[in-house]
Design a protein around this ligand. Structure first.
Ligand SMILES: [Fe+2]
Length: 455
């Protein structure tokens, strides 16, 4: 289903918003870009063709200090709010990758398959079948070939007798996993997967996804490495990280230590700046409040993330004792088992859903996060969802997968007496909690997508 008319209108609005920021009227755009006024109007209203709109974006990027890539928008590749991938389509995308074995020979290691994905979502998930068979749980097994780690976060769902291997700060680890187990892997830690049994299906759903850093990559690529390093706060050394951040805030505020001491005034007696700039010192609540007030920031803006060594790689084994019934015990639609969690990634939420009922409307799910779903059970499950006031339905067969946009209300029901088994992964998109906080302080957001000149 083409979304092009809507996309053209949105691009017109996006160009309008950039022109507003540049204080350029329609006439100014026409004169400076050598385009007729009528054509400018057609582009801003979304009536021009996509190629004409993109041509104007290129002309603006050449004439003004604006970024063409920042003005382009992706066509919505979802159909009524979801993107479905059937198992057969996924299978046709299969490709086998080799890695070295214990003899140094290249031999099959993984089969990769595509799975549901949207260009407007944070996920870059893969279905990965383990082809390398191991006879032990030794993290140094020479048949196990580690990767170098990657920039995306990874939540993994395990199906079958899979061994998980990972390396943190030079030390390698291994763990036996089975169906329903899950993990989280911090970017750039090397890892690998192998199977313990050649005659049983062994695969993982490697749901990789980008977070705030991924969305800031254009800035990161453009900054000089020496500048990029200045932003890095060594989270495993909280004292050093805290002082680096405090000094950064002071520089941003435009104050030296002596100016800042004067600004602290009478507070300086209770809050010794030299002590507060000591890495070994832990700020008291009073010191935090004094610093935040003097720097015109929130207390939270001076806080560095809490370092938890156990969150470098998180492993969660399936434990039915930790399940709960959703929405409640009296009318359960699903038995839910939370997958691997970590507090540094608050918008990462994986759920293992056992579908219990035959009425999808009883188990309505709706959330602010992007959602990826994979049917790993033996039976089909019906997905019902709402989009623009209408209810739609598709049956998810074994190994089918689906991506759902945020706030698409949906539910699942069994199509037979068998209980369905779904892996549900959720991750945040561009509208992060930081964006949400900033936006919520605006006078309103009805004009966020601009439709007229405001100056
Ligand atoms: Fe990975």
């Amino acid at each position: 289903m083409s979304d092009e008319p809507r996309l053209r209108k949105l691009l017109g609005a996006r160009i309008r918003s950039e022109a507003n920021d540049l204080k350029r009227t329609e006439d100014a755009l026409a004169n400076e870009l050598s385009i007729s006024r009528q054509h400018v109007d057609n582009i801003l209203s979304g009536e021009a063709s996509l190629s004409e709109i993109h041509c104007m974006i290129e002309k603006m990027a050449a004439a003004y200090p604006v970024d063409a890539a920042d003005m382009r928008l992706c066509e919505d590749d979802c159909d009524r709010g979801i993107g479905l991938m059937r198992a057969a389509v996924a299978a046709s995308s299969g490709r086998v990758f080799t890695r070295r074995d214990r003899n140094g020979e290249q031999a099959p290691y993984y089969e990769y398959r595509d799975t549901a994905c949207s260009r407007n979502g944070p996920f870059r998930p893969e279905w990965i079948k383990q082809l390398r068979v191991v006879g032990d749980d030794d993290p140094e097994n020479p048949d196990v070939a580690y990767n170098h780690g990657h920039a995306l976060h990874q939540m993994t769902f395990f199906i079958g007798p899979v061994n998980f291997y990972w390396e943190v700060a030079g030390t390698r680890h291994a763990c036996r996993m089975q169906t329903g187990d899950s993990n989280y892997i911090t970017p750039f830690w090397p890892h690998s997967f192998a199977t313990r049994e050649s005659d049983k299906p062994a695969l993982i759903l490697a749901v990789t996804f980008g977070g705030e850093v991924r969305r800031a990559l254009r800035d990161c690529y453009t900054l000089r490495p020496t500048a990029l390093e200045r932003y890095y706060l060594p989270s495993n050394n909280p004292g050093k990280a805290r002082v680096l951040l405090l000094r950064q805030r002071m520089q941003d505020e435009g104050v030296t230590e002596s100016v800042f001491m004067e600004r602290l005034g009478t507070d300086a007696e209770a809050c010794d700046l030299t002590r507060m700039l000591d890495e070994k010192h832990e700020l008291t609540v009073q010191e935090q409040e004094v610093l935040a007030r003097a720097l015109h920031v929130e207390v939270g803006d001076l806080a560095v993330p809490t370092y938890r060594q156990e969150e470098e790689v998180v492993i969660r084994h399936r434990d039915d004792n930790h399940s709960y019934l959703y929405p409640d015990r009296m009318h359960p639609a699903y038995r839910v088992l939370p997958l691997a969690r970590c507090r540094k990634m608050p918008a990462m939420k994986g759920l293992d859903l056992e579908v219990l009922g035959r009425d999808a409307s009883l188990g309505a799910l709706e959330c602010s996060l992007h959602t990826y779903v994979y049917n790993y059970g033996k039976s089909s499950v019906a997905l019902e969802w709402e989009f623009e006031g209408e209810t739609h339905r598709e049956v998810l067969h074994t190994e089918d997968s689906v991506y759902l946009r945020p706030f698409v209300r949906h539910g699942f029901e069994n199509t037979t007496d068998q209980h369905g088994q779904l892996c549900v992964m959720r991750a945040g998109g561009g509208v992060s909690i930081a964006v949400q906080r900033e936006m919520s302080a605006f006078a309103g957001i009805d004009r966020l997508i601009e439709s007229k000149r405001w100056f």
